[in-house]
Design a protein. Sequence first.
Length: 79
Amino acid sequence: MPKKKVTKAATARKSVTASQQPDQLTDLIDASGKAFELTIEAAWRSAVHANLQVIFRQATLFMAFELPDDAEPAPIFKA
């Protein structure tokens, strides 16, 4: 049976879900609320938590994408 090839993105996805424990995200929500002087209602906490999980997963995929050393930023067009 052939071995499955594991990509960096798959490895990164696993590391985010393993490293982002619910208490860490809860701590982040609490600290962010205090820092920005926001009151986060209890009814919204689970939605905020879920949103942060998605954001961290997407950020990990973005960071796992390797660019060559000679990569150039896209030009900026102004009208």
